[in-house]
Design a protein around this ligand. Structure first.
Ligand SMILES: [Zn+2]
Length: 233
């Protein structure tokens, strides 16, 4: 009688264990795996903003992701003809021939003699979505990117590019310093007949504005001076 009782207890414990193991194995997860992954994924990559408030503070670590990157190597040294806000007309322009007149809404980065027949790479200056990639009068190939600079929404115009070298697609998220493409060949359709150079302008707000020149000086306040961002780069 005692033997039967012990065997009975043993069977009870054993079947309990089997039930527990099977239940664990076939238990449906409370939330599907895909959902769990989405919950843990941030909607947007965290932006790392460089500290500028205290100049006496420690220098920023070199590994830190940069918010603003120059669009072309040695950017500042290339601004030799048309800085931001310069007023030009065909009769007094630093370039010849000149077909434009008005106040320059961007900065022109020039190329050297050696660079005339080699690929000159252009990089995104900030992180943000590609909005426009097209052929336009006055530019040839032009690319426009939406960004945030100093926490303000802006649109960045990269003018005179060889569009066939721009592989990024409309609405694609681009990181600052990412290779965008190369400059268009001078005096060709790629630059709309202009010399080989990069016209870069930064318009405040989210609207796409292709204007390279404005007729009133007051309107320049709609744009940022890009060269201010690359000093000390
Ligand atoms: Zn220009």
């Amino acid at each position: 009688m005692r033997k039967i009782f012990i065997v009975g207890i043993f069977i009870l414990i054993f079947s309990g264990l089997v039930y527990f193991v099977l239940a664990e194995k076939f238990k449906a997860p409370a939330i599907p795996v895909e959902q769990v992954e989405q919950i843990h994924q941030p909607a947007q990559p965290e932006q790392i903003v460089e500290q500028t408030a205290d100049e006496s503070a420690q220098p920023t670590a070199p590994s830190k992701e940069k918010e603003i990157v120059e669009p072309i190597s040695g950017a500042i040294t290339r601004v030799t003809k048309k800085p931001f806000g310069l007023k030009i007309s065909p009769s007094n322009s630093p370039v010849s021939p000149e077909k434009f007149s008005g106040y320059h809404t961007g900065v022109d980065f020039e190329t050297t003699e050696v660079e005339q027949n080699i690929a000159v790479p252009i990089y995104t200056i900030c992180s943000g979505k590609l909005l426009v990639k097209k052929q336009a009068t006055g530019y040839g190939g032009v690319v426009i990117q939406a960004c945030e600079i100093n926490k303000q929404a802006v649109t960045v115009v990269y003018g005179h590019l060889n569009l066939s070298s721009v592989s990024a697609k409309i609405n694609q998220e681009l990181k600052a310093g990412q290779s965008l493409g190369v400059l268009g060949q001078g005096y060709s359709a790629e630059t709309d007949g202009e010399r080989k150079h990069l016209h870069l302008s930064i318009h405040r707000g989210e609207s796409v504005v292709l204007l390279g020149y404005v007729s009133q000086a007051e309107r320049l306040s709609e744009w940022l001076d890009p060269s201010q961002l690359f000093i000390g780069d």
